[in-house]
Design a protein around this ligand. Structure first.
Ligand SMILES: C[S@@+](CC[C@H](N)C(=O)[O-])C[C@H]1O[C@@H](n2cnc3c(N)ncnc32)[C@H](O)[C@@H]1O
Length: 492
């Protein structure tokens, strides 16, 4: 090796000589954890509520779970998660960090096994004493030893608990997978086991199956165009050229389509139950105001809004099969609204002119992130063409932060000028975006890329794409009760 050539050992010797003592940084991370714990403990002590133990099943109605939504508790938890992950990265050796990271796909794969074999449901009745892997495997005719190994990997990541050798029990996290249906019904008819289910199972299966398989092709699609076209990981994984949502509409994808709709509904459990009321003031809309839920899926978000705002009329628009799902969801959840003629279900492709010309609000929840800019501009222009001067566009999405300080970026300028847009910043030495504490947003960013070529946008990217579609961003509503913000725009 020549004199000036790079040599990793020599390089690390140099950085060791020039690095300041790193222990104060490690201590500050540890202190962040301790101080944040103090905050949490004070809130729980004040309300005489025990903190929910990781070892016991999740109970959504218990006061401790409700208290976890308290803004002070949620803020402290965010600091702890970010600091613990950063501290752990700092004290692990790089080889171990990279080994763990490069194998984390196995967590996803194992989680899908547990969800599809209805493990959380089988463990419901045995409670804390747990069940032998043989009995968990038996109803699926699965290999018990392999299943035990799969559950052990999950237990090692705090999902399930290995009570004694090969005996597994639910813990707070795994019990959240419970579909809330009798186990017999789950095994008697696999195809309908997600229908009407509770918990998070549909959401987990969607990501640990379709997304997981798609993401495996990220490198190939970034490096190698197929037939001269730079395709998407999902099209490569499922050997199709169709857009994801049109592919889902195929008859053979009925199960995936239902799972997708159920997963979207279950996604609401990531937020506080009243999260949708923490942003745009729906109450300010007058009697008879029309809310159009564009690409509304099951219409579960507009249903929630309508349940809290009886003055509203709702139109749920989506592709054909999704609209069928919406009608069924509203029949089950808000029949009186259908009977009173306060909700309509309309098959509408949002890449065609918008038929509702007197809307008070066009709602786009989790739609904009599914498309690249040129396609977003297309459907925003259709909405703009149908808008009255008083019509509001409400976009519900992640507003992505960068992993570096925002001080000199256009996002920082926009935060200063748009009401409500400014966000809290993580205390040093945490990463400015709270690192792993907000990883969900960056997972979304790449999931929507893998499926649709979509993107989670920063504030300035939203301003830009809205303007190109004929809309001006006038207000942003962030809330500690959800990671999804409301962006309010007016037609220009
Ligand atoms: C991520 S889901 C969001 C559903 C719902 N807004 C929510 O918040 O759960 C995206 C929705 O867009 C719908 N969609 C996709 N392409 C569409 C199109 N061209 N026209 C109408 N709806 C479409 C899908 O069927 C799906 O229901």
């Amino acid at each position: 090796m020549g004199e000036g050539a790079y040599h990793p050992l020599r390089h690390s010797e140099i950085s060791l000589m020039t690095s300041p003592d790193y222990f104060p940084t490690l201590r500050r991370l540890a202190n962040t954890i301790n101080e944040s714990l103090d905050v949490m403990e004070a809130v729980f002590t004040r309300s005489q509520t025990p903190f929910p133990s990781l070892d016991f099943a999740f109970n959504p109605t218990h006061r401790s779970e409700i208290l976890q939504r308290d803004p002070e508790v949620a803020g402290a938890a965010l600091n702890i998660v970010a600091a613990a992950a950063q501290l752990s990265a700092a004290v692990s050796t790089p080889g171990i960090s990279l080994w763990n990271a490069s194998n984390s796909f196995l967590i996803s794969a194992c989680l899908r096994v547990a969800a599809e074999l209805n493990v959380a449901e089988l463990l419901r009745d045995p409670g804390p004493s747990g069940l032998n892997a043989k009995d968990i495997a038996a109803p699926s005719n699965a290999d018990a030893r392999l299943l035990a190994r799969i559950l052990r990997l999950l237990a090692t990541h705090q999902i399930f608990r290995e009570v004694s050798p090969n005996i597994f029990a639910n813990n707070r996290i795994s019990s959240f997978l419970d579909k809330g249906k009798p186990t017999k019904a789950l095994f008697d008819n696999r195809v309908t086991r997600l229908t009407g289910s509770e918990g998070f199972g549909g959401f987990v299966e969607l990501f640990s199956d379709d997304s997981y398989k798609s993401a495996g092709y990220l490198t190939e699609t970034i490096l190698e165009p197929r037939d001269g076209v730079r395709d998407l990981p999902y099209t490569r994984a499922f050997n199709t050229h169709e857009l994801f949502y049109y592919w889902l509409e195929r008859p053979e994808n009925a199960y995936k389509r239902e799972r997708f709709g159920i997963g979207m509904r279950q996604s609401l459990t990531m937020e506080a139950p009243d999260a949708v009321f923490q942003g745009f003031p729906w109450k300010s809309l007058p009697e008879g105001a029309i809310l159009v839920d564009v690409g509304g899926g099951n219409g579960h978000v507009s249903m929630q809004i309508a349940q809290g705002n009886p003055q509203l009329h709702v139109v749920v628009q989506d592709l054909e099969h999704a609209v069928d799902g919406a009608r069924q969801h509203w029949e089950e959840g808000f029949l009186s609204s259908i009977q009173e003629g306060k909700v309509k279900f309309q098959v509408h492709d949002f890449f065609t002119p918008q038929p509702i010309k007197d809307a008070s609000v066009f709602l786009l929840r989790w739609i904009v992130h599914n498309w690249p800019d040129n396609r977003v501009v297309e459907f925003l222009q259709h909405l703009r063409d149908a808008a009255q001067p008083t019509t509001r566009l409400i976009v519900i999405e992640n507003v992505l932060s960068l992993a570096c300080p925002p001080s000199s970026s256009s996002d920082a300028d926009a935060e200063r000028t748009i009401p409500g847009a400014e966000r809290a910043k993580a205390p040093e030495p945490l990463l400015p975006n709270w690192g792993v504490g907000t990883a969900g947003a960056y997972y979304w960013d790449l999931v929507v890329h893998c499926w649709h070529g979509g993107v989670e946008r920063t504030l300035s990217e939203f301003i830009d794409v809205l303007a190109k579609g004929g809309w001006k961003l006038v207000h942003v509503y962030h809330s500690s009760k959800t990671v999804f913000s409301h962006l309010e725009a007016i037609p220009v």
